[in-house]
Design a protein around this ligand. Structure first.
Ligand code: V0D
Length: 239
């Protein structure tokens, strides 16, 4: 078989274990979130140095709204803190920010800040730092189905024209072309679930689960998982 290193263009990470990290240290949950936010910087810079083209981070799912109000309020301020703190460095490293999710449901200031981050970095040509923020994959697919159905209904599209490529164009990952689908998905903190993250897009993705909690997950852990990924035989179902 081929000894060629598998490309790793698109890396996706479910950042889990922040609450548990805080609990272990007898600290309030928000300190775990804060430490988790700072770790985004560390891992994004490492990914950028490793030549990764797209880093997708699952930061908030539509389900997280069920948490206590104080915690949701704190979480909603994290993008504001994040860009206040790290925007100069992102610009310096030529990183482009993308956010996928339902922005219209976010607090006004949070939504504004994320729009501004995308606009400010729109001309950067380096790695895309892609946040899945107030995102849900089933909902994303239903929106896509409705768009297509509408086009059929109005006669702009025939049933025969519906195929996988056409559907993928309706998903929020279409903006990441040509790296829409993750090559590798990492989830930290020992949980082995997808939790309504990218569903369509992971059809051929390799999975890697680590027990490390997100705030503890470092460059070395990342490098090890990538090396392990690159030794796997990936054939997209072919022999
Ligand atoms: C909390 C670990 C940055 C996950 C990371 C509200 C738990 C720290 C962002 C962020 C969160 C989101 C969008 C954006 C820029 C930054 C973030 C959430 C949680 C969900 F455009 N950290 N962070 N978002 N935590």
């Amino acid at each position: 078989m081929s000894n060629e290193k598998k490309p790793l263009n698109h890396l996706a990470i479910i950042m889990d274990g922040n609450g548990r990290w805080a609990k272990k240290r007898h600290k309030p949950r928000f300190m775990g979130h804060k430490e988790g936010m700072n770790n985004i910087r560390r891992i994004a810079l490492a990914a950028n140095d490793l030549g990764i083209k797209v880093l997708t981070l699952y930061a908030f799912s539509t389900e997280n709204w069920g948490r206590p109000t104080d915690e949701v309020n704190y979480l909603m301020k994290l993008p504001i803190n994040f860009f206040d703190k790290f925007m100069p460095e992102l610009m310096e490293k030529n990183v482009r920010v993308n956010i996928m999710g339902y922005a219209d449901e976010l607090p006004e200031k949070t939504s504004q800040i994320t729009q501004k981050a995308m606009a400010d970095t729109a001309n950067n040509t380096g790695m895309i730092l892609n946040f899945a923020f107030n995102y849900g994959s089933r909902r994303e697919m239903i929106s896509g189905v409705k768009k297509i159905a509408q086009q059929v209904k109005t006669g702009k599209l025939s049933l025969d024209e519906i195929n996988e490529n056409l559907f993928a164009k309706e998903l929020m990952t279409a903006k990441l072309a040509p790296y829409e689908d993750p090559d590798l998905l990492i989830r930290t903190s020992g949980e082995e679930r997808i939790s309504n993250f990218l569903l369509w897009q992971i059809a051929y993705t390799e999975f890697s689960f680590t027990k490390k909690l997100w705030p503890d997950f470092n460059e070395e852990d990342l490098k090890k998982l990538i090396e392990e990924y690159q030794t796997r035989d990936r054939r997209f179902g072919k022999v």
